[in-house]
Design a protein around this ligand. Structure first.
Ligand code: ACO
Length: 370
């Protein structure tokens, strides 16, 4: 038995949800470029869950369900008031999603129908939790969700209590489409491992949130913004990056396990970042980002991944830095739950082997002789 470090190149599941072939990402066979330009996040979530684009009536029904279930139990919001205000937002989300299960009497029912409903509820409640905590930690009351608006619109509204700018809503909606699913990425894999024990959907999503949190995965978008903020001016970009590369430090937002010739999602986010910088009349952040890309790609051959330009996009939308990874979770929840449903359709426990590298033939030594 020989292990493959990081399971690189190992095909660990079959799936009909999303694919990466020759650098092209598709959800249910539809190129992400087309979805990014034309689909809403609601249509995308429907596509991932049900395997086809919704017609008008199906989309209307899903939107009504999102409106009906967007409020979270008061008890969960009250608990959030007891969390430390400085707590890590992904740890808060992980805890609050786990708490939601306590107030769902069907939490442990793994029928397809019930799990689909729970996926819809989680999709609309996670933005409420994140926006709620963002307000609670500032000493403000959470803002109740609106009816009949998109997930992106509702999230931006619940952060401030003010109707969001339609351009901001469109930008966030497109970012949600782009992050929705990505084959067997680390967090989706952990969701599948968890549900494959016949645990429950909340446990699967909680595992996935914990996995997304890390800076080698979803946590990279916040780390990118930390870096851009440290650079401050365009002139400082070159010495800053040279120093990091000389110290053999990783540059967050670059590189990918699967894409070696560039992440197809990055160009959409770059485009959005450029457009927002023009609209705001301040291109500093965009210009620094482009300079960092030129330096890192030029010297290391590494291309930006989905996280790189999302950092400047979210910043220009006025979103606090530590909500970037929770926003990723809002989007990827659709993919996680689609994979959980798919895993349960034809389930088998996921239990690989390890290549043992420790000592062998040791004898037990009684404690008084050690
Ligand atoms: N900056 C500098 N060097 C890098 C970077 C980077 N961002 N990414 C990879 N490298 C280098 C490594 O140092 C390594 O070099 P070496 O062979 O000389 O030691 C080589 O490229 C291979 O890198 P690995 O880390 O082994 O590649 P792996 O496939 O395991 O990791 C990963 C992929 C985690 C994305 C990596 O590129 C990385 O750490 N990037 C930065 C974090 C990041 O942006 N994560 C988000 C990924 S996208 C997502 O999850 C949504």
């Amino acid at each position: 038995m020989t292990a493959t470090k990081g399971l690189e190149g190992i095909v660990a599941a079959t799936s009909s949800i999303s694919s990466i072939h020759d650098g092209v990402l598709a959800y249910r066979g539809i190129n992400i470029d087309e979805l990014a330009e034309r689909a809403s996040f609601e249509e995308t979530a429907y596509l991932l869950w049900y395997g086809k684009l919704p017609n008008q009536a199906e989309l209307g029904r899903l939107q009504r369900q999102f409106s009906d279930y967007a409020a979270v139990p008061d008890a969960v919001l009250e608990q959030m008031k007891l969390y430390p205000q400085t707590a890590n937002t992904m740890a808060v989300l992980r805890t609050a999603v786990s708490a939601l299960a306590l107030y769902d009497e069907n939490a442990n029912d793994n029928s397809r129908e019930n799990n689909q409903l729970k996926a819809i509820k989680l999709q609309t409640q996670i933005p409420t939790l994140i926006a709620g905590f963002a307000r609670i930690r500032q000493g403000q009351e959470p803002v109740a969700p609106l009816k009949d608006v998109s997930i992106a619109h509702n999230f931006l509204y619940m952060l401030t209590g003010v109707e969001p700018d339609p351009i901001a809503v469109r930008a966030l909606d497109q970012a949600l489409v782009l992050h929705a699913d990505h084959e067997l990425n680390a967090s989706t894999f952990s969701a599948r491992v968890t549900i494959a024990t016949l645990s429950d959907i909340y446990s699967g999503v909680t595992s996935a949130i914990g996995t997304l949190k890390g800076p080698l995965h979803g946590g990279a978008n916040e780390a990118v913004m930390n870096m851009l903020a440290e650079i401050v001016t365009l002139e400082q970009a070159e010495p800053y990056i040279q120093k990091k590369l000389a110290n053999k430090e990783k540059i967050m937002g670059f590189g990918h396990r699967v894409y070696k010739n560039g992440d197809p999602r990055a160009k959409h986010l770059q485009n959005m970042s450029r457009q927002l910088s023009i609209l705001q009349g301040d291109s500093t952040l965009y210009d620094i980002s482009v300079k960092v890309e030129q330096l890192v790609t030029g010297q290391k051959g590494l291309k930006p991944n989905v996280d790189f330009y999302s950092a400047s996009v979210y910043t220009m939308l006025g979103i606090p830095r530590d909500l970037f990874t929770p926003i990723f979770a809002i989007s990827r929840l659709s993919g996680w739950t689609a994979h959980i449903l798919e895993q349960l359709e034809d389930n088998r426990l996921i239990r690989p082997r390890a290549e043992y590298t420790g000592v062998t033939n040791q004898k037990y030594v009684p404690i008084e002789l050690r």
